[in-house]
Design a binder for this molecule. Sequence first.
Ligand SMILES: C[S@@+](CC[C@H](N)C(=O)[O-])C[C@H]1O[C@@H](n2cnc3c(N)ncnc32)[C@H](O)[C@@H]1O
Length: 349
Amino acid sequence: MNTLLLHCRPGFEGEVCAEIAEQAARLSVAGYAKGKANGAHAEFVCSEPDGAERLMQGQRFNRLIFPRQWARGDYLALPETDRISVLLQALADYPQCGSLWLEVFDSNDGKELSNFCKKFEAPLRKALEKAGRLVDDPHKPRLLLTFKSGREVFLGLAEPANSALWPMGIPRLKFPREAPSRSTLKLEEAWHFFIPREQWDTRISDEMTGVDLGASPGGWTYQLVKRGMLVTAIDNGPMAESLMDTGLVTHLMVDGFTWKPKQPVDWMVCDIVEKPARNAALLETWIGEGLCREAVVNLKLPMKQRYAEVRKLLQRLEESFAARKIKVSIACKQLYHDREEVTCHLRRL
Ligand SMILES: C[S@@+](CC[C@H](N)C(=O)[O-])C[C@H]1O[C@@H](n2cnc3c(N)ncnc32)[C@H](O)[C@@H]1O
């Protein structure tokens, strides 16, 4: 089990390789990273048998920016028929697992395979339970079977508390018909990802105020309003009337990069498509000056050196807060609904 498999958005394999290689070096795990362009995954092949396990133990999954899911294990060739017997035999070397997810890559090949997985899951689950390989226990490792084709599968393991929250790291969010734009799902996913569900009532509540920079037509404002917040929406563009009719939204046609609230607010969110350094600077100002307590800001990725650029901006933020002795938690993830961008969440502690 010396390979660490990492899923990602197609086209970001290079970023995953750079990121995991950096973390492996930090943890002194020897090996090399590889990934094919648009394969929607990368691998870190460890030189030592316990390398992948050490890497997973020394790294919080949620702190990785580009990987959507990960698992340590090996590839297994499958026959055309009776795949279950071959799988059972290979899994004899694996520990008993507490849950099972069948996954595919987020590529065209993967999409074609998902029907196969749907049909295969029930008989496989039954056979694994019967053989005592699978029980219902959230504390035991999760068995992650990633099908590359009907003839090849990655037999992977991950700790449920240190891997993706959803199969393949893809949340199944329903687009709310009343929302003015599909972008609304980006902020909803950010909340699911960055804020534990049991804290929603205290951290995203109707007693709070929020500012939405670059708000038009209102997909993100919609999410704030849905939680009952009073929102100041900043944009020269128009806001959806349905949102203005709630009476919860004040729309200001001013520049989001210079406007500041008279009173501190609870939340600042920003979806302005600008140079990432400019949006990062907004975070530095709003969180650093105490203009908001929490923030979700999208950073548009540059064409080249995408991982290096994001790391540089995050590091700059960390250093700036540390120099001013301001305690802030900083997280950054390429969410499923992000395209050429990543989402940052900052919280003043
Ligand atoms: C991607 S859209 C935002 C979509 C919005 N989050 C939603 O869910 O409907 C970006 C918006 O930023 C606005 N924008 C660009 N530069 C801005 C600035 N300097 N100040 C305020 N808004 C700006 C644009 O007018 C545009 O409406």
